[in-house]
Design a protein around this ligand. Structure first.
Ligand code: ATP
Length: 228
């Protein structure tokens, strides 16, 4: 299903974090939001997910989600992997996945453990005892267990060792190729490049540029956006 966002605005009191952003993510497409600290990347995902109040239009598969609570958006097929991997630390890996599947309105078409086989040996471990990388994998698996159509991920490679960054890129490519619409917030330019994502460069909550991850201009465009 296509995720369509029109003129999204997110404000915190007097601060406008997202200022009229429009974007579309098709099934099988990865859109990456890049930009400096404070550009509004996280606020965009939180606005779309219903975790912050916003104005503007949000549709998934033609169904309006704006104005609905976050739980409704999730059940409608909007998966959200939050910043800093929010997993249920006191539950086991298996229990985390079960809770996510139980909240879904239908079974997931993709088996999370097929996508992330490294979790199979960890099923009976408490999530709180896992490494940061393992918790990140679990956070992604949990989103997939929720039977989403579109998945938003906020800096999934944050704090990961280089080998796990590569593994995360592989997982994102698999998700995209499985037909999910992927909306990704990233700090690492190379992730957008390796995925050949459609990049939206955010600045002051607005789309400053739109270009492909493989566009040779991208590093310079980002450099300028980060400095100004
Ligand atoms: P980062 O990479 O640092 O997470 P970002 O691009 O994700 O940055 P946001 O976190 O969305 O940016 O922040 C955008 C703007 O909104 C910033 O000016 C930030 O200070 C402000 N902001 C974010 N969250 C809040 C909040 N809960 N209350 C008030 N202002 C906030």
């Amino acid at each position: 299903m296509t995720l369509t966002v029109t003129e999204l605005r997110v404000r915190y009191g007097g601060v406008t974090a997202v200022d009229g952003l429009s974007l579309t993510v098709e099934p099988g497409q990865c859109v990456a939001l890049l930009g400096a600290n404070g550009a509004g990347k996280t606020s965009t995902l939180r606005g779309i997910g219903g975790l912050e109040p916003s104005t503007g239009g949000i549709q998934l598969g033609g169904k309006r989600l704006d104005g609905t609570p976050a739980s409704r958006r999730a059940r409608a097929g909007l998966g959200h992997v939050l910043e800093n991997r929010h997993v249920f630390k006191s539950l086991t890996v298996a229990e985390n996945l079960k809770v996510a599947a139980g909240r879904a309105s239908e079974p997931s078409p993709v088996d999370p453990l097929g996508l992330l086989p490294e979790l199979r040996d960890l099923l009976h471990r408490k999530a709180g005892g896992l490494s940061g990388g393992q918790q990140q994998m679990l956070a992604i698996a949990r989103a997939v267990a929720g039977a989403p159509q579109a998945i938003m991920l906020d800096e999934p490679t944050n704090g990961l060792a280089p080998k796990l960054v590569d593994r995360t890129v592989g997982i994102l490519a698999d998700l995209r190729d499985a037909g999910f619409a992927i909306l990704l917030v990233e700090q690492r330019l190379e992730v957008a490049q390796q995925l050949d994502a459609d990049v939206v460069v955010l600045r002051h909550g607005r789309a400053e540029r739109r270009l492909r991850g493989t566009d040779p201009e991208l590093p310079d465009v980002l450099h300028t956006a980060y400095l100004s």
